[in-house]
Write a protein that binds this ligand. Structure first.
Ligand SMILES: NC(=O)c1ccc[n+]([C@@H]2O[C@H](COP(=O)([O-])OP(=O)(O)OC[C@H]3O[C@@H](n4cnc5c(N)ncnc54)[C@H](O)[C@@H]3O)[C@@H](O)[C@H]2O)c1
Length: 249
């Protein structure tokens, strides 16, 4: 796609959780648009496999660990240069059960990856974006963060927090160069994350989608591509629904 609309030529993109699923789809799409992509994932094997297939850089990174995040971002600088685009996609569902059956540790684990992870990676790149006066950040939230899915309280509440982090950070940097921070809230997409949830929880979520089908990875990647493009410069602090009509606000 280089040379066409929404070209990402000469840009460096970081995609967290890019070793499989939606993150992999996003990494492939951004590469197809001309970006040089760093694929960060808890699993170094999948990160490298995806990166190798798109001429990118695959790095092990646990987004919930400050030292792991700063090490990975340092490597990206060494290998690819300054970062133009950050896509915070890494996330986990956690245990699916009603609140009264959850342990504190169930909440802590999901919070560490889904919210603290986004905080840490944004903090690791925002300084250079401010210095260079350019940046695009997209955070992958979820329709669960708007609607609150039963049996998914840690997941839903951390995704709601990601939406608010997105809005607040967008305002902090607005007017300080061409930097935008947006989010997306997908409904169900067929990936391995669904295998970690109770089947009743998945059926509940699918039944709520007016289009009567699940989303496709390519559909999510296309929206993210638009949001990280240079052309998308007057939109910030928004959370885009990609939910087959489920979201009503
Ligand atoms: N699939 C859906 O239905 C759906 C719907 C809405 C939102 N989402 C969100 O989309 C994102 C991607 O989900 P997916 O469906 O592709 O899931 P997935 O489980 O297929 O992929 C998640 C990736 O994140 C990585 N990861 C997990 N913990 C990590 C950590 N601490 N540090 C770095 N990487 C880590 C995993 O290794 C994996 O490669 C998640 O944030 C998820 O919450 C998914």
């Amino acid at each position: 796609m280089p040379g066409t609309f929404f070209s990402l030529e000469n840009q460096v993109a970081v995609v967290t959780g890019g070793g499989q699923g939606i993150g992999e789809g996003i990494a492939r799409r951004l590469h197809a648009a001309g970006a040089r992509v760093a694929v960060l994932d808890l699993r170094p094997d999948t990160a490298r496999a995806v990166a190798n297939s798109i001429d990118g850089v695959g790095l092990e990174c646990d987004v919930s660990s400050p030292s792991s995040v700063s090490r990975a971002i340092e490597r990206v600088h060494e290998r690819l240069g300054p970062i133009d685009i950050l896509v915070n996609n890494a996330g986990i569902a956690g245990r699916t059960a009603p609140l009264w059956q959850l342990e504190e540790s169930d909440l802590d684990q999901v919070y560490a990856v889904n919210l603290k992870g986004v905080f840490l990676t944004c903090r690791a790149v925002i300084g250079e974006m401010l210095d260079r006066g350019y940046g695009r950040i997209v955070n992958v939230a979820s329709i669960a963060g708007k609607e609150g899915n039963p049996t998914l309280i840690p997941y839903s509440s951390t995704k709601a927090a990601v939406i608010c982090l997105t809005k607040a950070l967008a305002k902090e940097v607005a007017g300080r160069g061409d930097i935008t921070v947006n989010g997306i809230s997908p409904a169900v997409v067929q990936t391995k994350i669904l295998e970690t949830m109770a089947p009743e929880t998945v059926s509940y979520m699918v039944s709520k989608i007016p289009m009567g089908r699940t989303g496709r990875i390519e559909e999510i990647a296309a929206l993210v591509h638009f949001l990280v493009s240079r052309e998308c410069s007057f939109t910030t602090g928004q959370c885009y629904d990609i939910s087959g009509g489920r979201a009503t606000y």
